[in-house]
Design a protein around this ligand. Structure first.
Ligand code: PEP
Ligand code: MN
Length: 349
């Protein structure tokens, strides 16, 4: 399907990628206004604030709802920044538009649900507002494209995607695994669709915001959406990943933005994929060593020796054969497994 799109025309400084910044949640009028003024002073042009918060479990802070919308309107009036918020139901859309929110985004839990996305699309018919669609929580490119198609079919022409990473079973370095090849493939499939990176929800940690912003620049993303809070430690949601406007300014100042980076299989993006896979390998090796230590306890309790020769040869043979079936040399795979086994034995001792 072709996407007939108009440019987002989001404000940014001299050809830099645009940045949408602001707290995860609009908590109080004071928090919203303080954060917004600090961001505006640092030259930010677009302010995000979550008004309705999708929470994994009931009982968490679910957002202030309509009460927070006049605060967003005040941000726009006092600072001139454009405002953005997440919408998950047609009622949210109606209220956000009523209070003059400039940019709507669809969250990762909503974009995973075609019924919900279709309802949003129906409520957007005849409305001219920019809409950004976050990737669904699961790594399903077709579902993400489907959500974009539904919004596009409703007549939205200023459309963009937000990459916020994907949930995975094992917890590792990132809160949501980036799987960079998915947004890259999205760009290949819909080249005229702007793609924004959300380092806050990918990283889940303050110290990962700067490197993730730089990775996004190296891969040619069109913009960033970053969570920023006047007092991150006291934030009512996503406290660990929010940075102060000062820190955000520091991070953005140091970003190296090269000209003409195409968001494709550039060298940088392929290297990122390698880094992703190495993260995976390290993670798996760590888990393997842990199980190995558990086995050591079992062997000790059952008076067994550490090295079980038959088991060891079985692993070497099986993996060597598997390696050659996958296009690697069997001897290489055997050497890798000999090294892993050596460390494993060391850990068992
Ligand atoms: C958010 O932007 O605060 C948010 C809830 O993000 P996501 O939908 O990506 O989890
Ligand atoms: Mn958040």
């Amino acid at each position: 399907m072709e996407f007939d799109l108009q440019p987002l025309c989001f404000p940014s400084d001299n050809k830099r990628p645009f940045v949408i910044a602001g707290p995860c949640s609009a908590e109080t009028e004071e928090q919203v206004m303080t954060t917004a003024h600090q961001l505006a002073e640092k030259g930010c042009h677009m302010f995000r604030g979550g008004v309705w918060k999708p929470r994994t479990k009931p009982g968490g802070f679910e957002g202030q709802g309509e009460k927070a919308l006049p605060w967003m309107a005040r941000v726009k009036q006092e600072t001139g920044m454009l405002t953005a918020t997440e919408v998950a139901t047609p009622h949210h859309v109606e209220l956000a538009l009523k209070y003059g929110i400039d940019i709507l985004w669809i969250g990762a839990r909503t974009s995973a649900n075609p019924f919900a996305v279709q309802e949003l699309a129906d409520s957007l018919k005849g409305v001219d507002v920019p809409v950004l669609v976050k990737n669904p929580v699961s790594p399903d490119l077709e579902l993400w494209i489907g959500a974009l198609q539904r919004i596009h079919a409703a007549g939205i022409r200023r459309l963009g995607a937000i990459h916020r990473g994907f949930s995975s079973v094992d917890q590792k370095l990132y809160r949501n695994t980036p799987l960079w090849h998915i947004p890259i493939e999205l760009h290949r499939r819909i080249p005229n669709l702007p793609v924004v990176c959300d380092p806050s929800h990918i990283g889940g940690r303050r110290d990962l915001i700067a490197p993730l912003c730089q990775q996004a620049m190296d891969m040619g993303f069109d913009g960033l959406i970053v969570e920023s809070h006047c007092n991150p430690d006291e934030a009512w949601s996503d406290a660990k990943q929010q940075v102060t406007p000062d820190v955000l300014d520091f991070i953005l100042d140091r970003l190296v933005v090269r000209d003409n980076v195409e968001m494709t299989e550039s060298l940088a993006s392929m290297r990122k994929q390698i880094d992703d896979m190495d993260d995976h390998l390290m993670d798996l090796l760590t888990k393997r060593m842990r199980v190995s230590r558990e086995i050591a306890i079992y062997k000790k309790e059952h008076n067994m020796g550490v090295v079980q020769t038959a088991r060891y040869s079985e692993i070497l043979d099986k993996r060597g054969a598997q390696g050659s079936m996958c296009g690697m040399s069997a001897s290489f795979v055997r050497r890798v497994y000999e090294a892993i086994h050596e460390e494993s034995v060391r850990q068992q001792m």
